[in-house]
Design a protein. Structure first.
Length: 342
């Protein structure tokens, strides 16, 4: 496979003092998850095991549309690479219809197919930094299938995915989940990660579908804009479910990176397989992932623990990410420019 094309993304941090505002996990403030420490950035080094999975996650936006989706692999993709990379995107139907259990109107169908945007790479330039300038937005899709009962929507993007996206197409496999991982765009923000406690993800039957309920997040949370996000099994990276609703939002203020009780509900893979067309799942209960960027070199990181005084201007460069570690301090009025080459 060809490696990612090299490109340069720059972001400028202008630091200033301000009072912190405490809020409950799951809230949005000015299109940003709040409090921010409840929603860890996927690009932080401790989450590197999930960096491949993050490339399958897509931000959906448009007129009355906002949520998260995931690229999924299809049964026709074989070891020789045939039929791989077909841009099937799975999300929650209510992201478009506006309500659980409701089918799209003709106008909403036109909106998702012709007006909605699908953004790849909406991520911070560095761990905890501002949004990167390298995100790529595409338009044009076809509605392949929808199900109000399971709140699922399958789209096929009409635009070929550029190689520089390094798209990752999630594989799937059924069964219980020991520890779950969800990657999403809460409040429409750059990608965030949530990781469940062991044993806190339960599979059961709910009306017309099987679901996974996550009762406790060890790290992170989900919020408005996370709808349609994938649930992965932490150890295998297999797709297990799609976020469709929250039965009980986390009401306890998040005072640390952990301790977020909730009851977030994901339509389970068993119901997803009943929903997918035969041309996509091929009757298989397990499908491996497809990585369009497999074999690309692992890019380096730079750690910074420097002090920058008032009015100081400097640049920090790396090929993967810049990590601001203990000892880093910048006075109000300093300007730090971070350059990422990918």
């Amino acid at each position: 496979m060809k490696p990612l094309a090299r490109m340069t993304v720059t972001a400028t941090l202008v630091l200033a003092y301000g009072a912190a505002t405490e809020a409950h996990a799951g809230e949005c403030k000015d299109d940003w998850p709040n409090p921010e420490h409840c929603f860890p950035d996927i690009l932080c080094q401790q989450y590197s095991d999930y960096w491949d999975l993050r490339r399958s996650v897509v931000h959906l936006y448009g007129p009355d549309i906002g949520g998260t989706g995931v690229l999924i692999n299809n049964a026709s993709c074989d070891a020789d690479g045939k039929a791989c990379g077909m841009p099937y995107l799975l999300t929650a139907l209510h992201v478009v219809s506006g309500k659980f259990g409701k089918e799209m109107t003709p106008g909403q169908k036109i909106a998702i197919e012709t007006e909605a945007g699908f953004t790849f790479g909406l991520e911070a330039a560095v761990c905890g930094g501002p949004t990167a300038g390298g995100a790529v937005g595409l338009t044009g899709a076809v509605v392949v299938a929808q199900s109000p009962e399971t709140d699922l929507l399958l789209l096929k993007l009409q635009t070929s995915l550029p190689p520089e996206l390094g798209a990752y197409f999630a594989g799937w496999c059924g069964g219980p989940v020991d520890q779950a991982v969800s990657i999403s765009h809460p409040c429409g923000a750059p990608k965030r990660i949530a990781i469940s406690e062991f044993g806190e993800t339960v599979l059961f039957k709910a009306l017309h579908r099987e679901v996974y309920d996550v009762y406790w997040w060890e790290e992170g949370a989900v919020a408005g804009g996370s709808s349609g996000a994938p649930l992965f099994e932490a150890q295998t990276g297999a797709l297990k479910g799609i976020l469709t609703d929250t039965i009980q939002a986390g009401s306890q203020a998040c005072s640390s990176p952990s301790n977020v009780p909730s009851q977030d509900r994901f339509t389970a893979l068993s119901s997803i397989l009943d929903f997918l067309p035969q041309s996509v799942d091929g009757g298989a209960s397990c499908i491996d992932h497809f990585d369009s960027n497999e074999g690309a070199p692992v890019l380096g990181t730079v750690e910074s623990s420097s002090y920058y005084g008032d009015g100081e201007v400097t640049q920090i460069s790396a090929t993967e990410q810049v990590i601001l570690v203990h000892g880093f301090f910048a006075d109000s009025g300093s300007t730090i420019t971070i350059t990422i080459q990918q």
